[in-house]
Design a protein. Structure first.
Length: 116
């Protein structure tokens, strides 16, 4: 799986973006975002307000006591993050394809006949 984490390192904010970007069409409660990102509740609360203030994420609806959030597709910062995510995926996909092609080009070792 090609991810923001592979490029930018394993940090809580990067983990959250790594979860939100591929699932940008869906909204989630903050607890689910934290769980799926592997980020603690208190940690996500340390930077979540900044994501909201910058408009990268927005509240979508309320279900019971849970507020759901989504990546704001119309936000210019979110759009650039999506573009960057797509470029990262393309770059690493091309690298993997190149490696696979190189593996196929290598000649297989053919065992010599016995007794020759």
């Amino acid at each position: 799986f090609i991810s923001f984490i592979k490029v930018f390192g394993d940090y809580p904010l990067i983990r959250v973006l790594d979860f939100l970007l591929p699932f940008r069409e869906f909204d989630y409660p903050l607890t689910e975002i934290a769980e799926n990102s592997g980020v603690g509740w208190s940690t996500i609360h340390s930077f979540w307000p900044k994501l909201m203030e910058s408009g990268i994420v927005v509240k979508t609806r309320q279900i019971g006591r849970a507020t759901l959030y989504i990546l704001t597709l119309g936000n210019p910062i979110a759009q650039e993050l999506i573009r960057l995510d797509n470029k990262i995926i393309k770059y690493f996909s091309e690298q993997i394809a190149k490696e696979e092609l190189e593996k196929k080009k290598k000649p297989l070792a053919v065992p010599s006949p016995v007794g020759v």
